[in-house]
Design a protein. Structure first.
Length: 232
């Protein structure tokens, strides 16, 4: 079992794109995370906003891309608030932090607050991504992992891992179980942001890409068992 983990949850793990929040999906993800609570693991969850707004897709040419990204970051706040509330409902102790100031209902992130929450055996939920436009939550996850000296980024997504071709476009696409950062970057394999890959490569943080729709995958990935694709 890894001891310090950053779990990147895509917004779509909480509801289909454009449909906002589905409590069925939220509770399903919480049930998947629950086995990690109270195990002495320092778990940070950073959640995206793609179920509500993804800057590059939803703003189109109608609003400035920078503005669209701020809408996207705001979407991650909504997801974080819902997650915190549902964790409480399931009696799982969690603390919520944002990378930028939003008001007294979400505390602003500092490393000290995260360390204190982990000491109190709380799961840490991080929202707001990097706090800057023109990034994504994947990069936020990589930065969060480096800051907290975490061992691994678990990227929970809606495909089984890294493929040699786009599995949605090519039926012959093959899942790659283990691959180096150099190879992912050289072949431009698109399952995560290149900036996230390069930050993790530079700091020696592994990435596991796996499907959140398959039961038990989050626990398997956190336990260091073979699931999805391991990038190292
Ligand atoms: N975003 C941003 N900076 C960040 C993180 C996110 O501008 O550091 C914006 C960006 O528009 C992005 C949106 O917030 O499309 C939602 O985040 P993301 O696409 O990473 O969500 P996910 O795909 O993980 O659900």
């Amino acid at each position: 079992m890894y001891k310090k983990i950053i779990l990147k949850l895509s917004g779509e793990s909480l509801g289909k794109q454009g449909q906002g929040i589905s409590f069925k999906d939220v509770d399903r993800i919480i049930a998947e995370i629950k086995p990690l609570a109270g195990k002495g693991i320092s778990l940070g969850i950073i959640v995206g906003g793609g179920n509500i707004w993804r800057g590059s897709e939803h703003g189109g040419n109608l609003i400035k891309s920078t503005d669209s990204d701020y809408v996207g970051m705001t979407a991650t706040l909504i997801n974080g608030l819902v997650l915190r509330s549902r964790f409480a409902k399931h009696k799982i102790s969690a603390a919520l932090f944002s990378s930028f100031p939003v008001g007294n209902y979400i505390e602003q992130f500092t490393l000290e607050k995260v360390a204190a929450a982990w000491k109190d055996k709380k799961i840490v939920i991080m929202v707001g991504g990097t706090g800057r436009p023109h990034f994504t939550t994947d990069t936020g996850a990589a930065v969060f992992a480096v800051e907290t000296s975490s061992e691994v980024v678990l990227k929970a997504t809606d495909v089984d891992g890294v493929y040699d071709k786009d599995p949605n476009k090519d039926a012959t696409a093959r899942l790659i179980k283990r691959i180096s950062f150099d190879e992912v970057i050289k072949r431009n394999l698109k399952v995560m942001d290149m900036s996230a890959f390069s930050i993790c490569r530079h700091h020696g943080i592994k990435i596991v890409v796996f499907n959140f729709n398959k039961k038990g995958n989050i626990l398997r990935a956190a336990s260091g068992l073979s699931v999805g694709s391991l990038i190292l």
